[in-house]
Write a protein that binds this ligand. Structure first.
Ligand code: NAD
Ligand code: ZN
Length: 375
């Protein structure tokens, strides 16, 4: 980090608590190939009694696979298969909570999310909404949750989002796509078993992996950077470069990407993401483009902001023969384009991190339109 930049951009805090955020971390984590089989032992002491089930929310890509038979389901536990075709919605969370409440008289002992960012976010949100009144959309924002959530466990099966460590769960609501950011969102337990990512299709592996790479670039080049974020961001970036530019064995590559995701998530916890994420939110909101690929679609045109990052990204695309879709925004109406720009510009902390407090003098609707039109 450029020290001058850090000094110029250090904000004058109004309250000490605004400058020094006291954020929660995952208190327990198991790591290692085959560690999924420790889940039964991990959950046992968390079982309140036989009528208070463990609810497993599992990506339906695992339907009829061996993984389902390894889930330590006992008593009245439930395995609920959920599609990750679309990103999670607040109404989906509300429906799941209602279903669980109708099925059982007791509050579940735990919610276990098994899958990618989509399933991890759903598990976090369901755990919160089982103990907090109202609808999930009422909690989209910062620190609106006031009751402890149900014990919840995250088990990633694809690496990159950092959702396993973050204090947010990103949901599409009736009015906005925004996270439930709270101290009660973070998982109580995470289980990192790199073998669970074996079946991930190549393109999806790349897009979700690039989410992690872009977290690092945006965090390390942001004005909010500090030694805490930098230490995690640099490690994550190093691992991403090994995974996507070197010729590691498949097993080593899976292990390293899983840890890159973890470190990338830790890096942004104490800083922020930037331009690609702000613009990707616009793509997601208007066109339903998913997070990982959306970030890639934007990032390729951001050489002005991240010259080195974009150059490395292009090398990675080439090495893995990934061809990004084209003309995604070519058929947008003026109104849709305006909404997309509005959603992107609304992500103020991301712009401030990327470009500093004076970001509005650099980023205009015209500028964003010109970038979107290339996509
Ligand atoms: P995902 O969960 O959307 O899954 C992508 C695809 O990969 C799906 O088709 C899924 O079925 C498949 N898949 C997952 N594991 C697999 C496996 N082992 N084998 C075969 N197929 C597998 O992907 P993602 O990129 O991890 O998550 C994206 C979501 O994460 C978005 O909703 C985004 O908003 C969210 N996100 C959350 C955070 C956070 O901090 N909470 C951060 C970044 C992104
Ligand atoms: Zn991301």
């Amino acid at each position: 980090m450029d020290v001058n930049k850090q000094m110029i951009l250090k904000k004058i805090p109004t309250k000490a608590s605004e400058e020094f955020r006291n954020f929660p971390m995952v208190p327990r984590v198991v790591y290692g190939k085959g560690s999924f089989d420790t889940l039964g032992d991990i959950l046992m002491p968390k079982r309140k009694h036989s009528e208070a089930p463990m609810i497993y929310l599992v990506d339906d890509v695992f339907e009829n696979t061996e993984l389902i038979s390894r889930i330590p389901s006992i008593f009245c536990d439930q395995v609920i298969l959920i599609s990750a075709e679309e990103e999670p919605k607040t109404e989906q969370v509300d429906a799941l909570v209602k279903m669980i409440q109708e099925m059982f008289t007791e509050l579940p002992s735990g919610i276990i999310g098994i899958g990618g960012g989509t399933l991890l976010d759903l598990a976090k949100a369901v755990a919160i909404m089982l103990t907090n009144k109202g609808n999930a959309s009422e909690y989209q924002g910062w620190d609106l949750v006031n009751k402890q959530s149900v014990y919840h466990v995250g088990i990633p099966t694809i690496s990159g989002t950092g959702a396993e460590v973050s204090r947010t769960t990103v949901l599409m609501g009736p009015e906005k796509k925004l996270g439930i950011n709270s101290d009660y969102t973070t998982f109580d337990q995470v289980l990192l078993d790199p073998e669970l990512t074996v079946g991930v299709p190549k393109e999806q592996w790349f897009y979700t992996g690039m989410d992690c790479f872009i977290h690092c670039i945006e965090s390390l080049n942001g004005t909010f950077l500090n030694a805490f974020s930098q230490s995690y961001g640099e490690k994550s970036l190093e691992l991403c470069k090994e995974v996507f530019l070197e010729d590691l064995s498949a097993s080593e590559s899976r292990e390293k990407l899983m840890m890159a995701s973890w470190h990338g998530g830790m890096s942004i916890a104490y800083s922020q993401v930037g331009v690609a994420h702000a613009m990707s939110y616009g793509l997601g909101y208007v066109l339903g483009v998913k997070h990982g690929i959306g970030n890639c679609l934007v990032f390729q045109y951001l050489e002005e902001f991240y010259p080195e990052g974009v150059s490395v990204f292009n090398q990675m695309l080439k090495k893995h023969n990934i061809v990004l879709p084209k003309q995604i925004c070519s058929k947008l109406t003026t109104a849709e384009m305006d909404t997309m720009i509005k959603v992107a510009i609304g992500m103020e902390p991301l712009w401030e991190n990327a470009l500093g407090e004076q970001w509005k003098s650099i980023i205009t609707p015209e500028k964003l339109k010109a970038i979107y039109q290339k996509i």
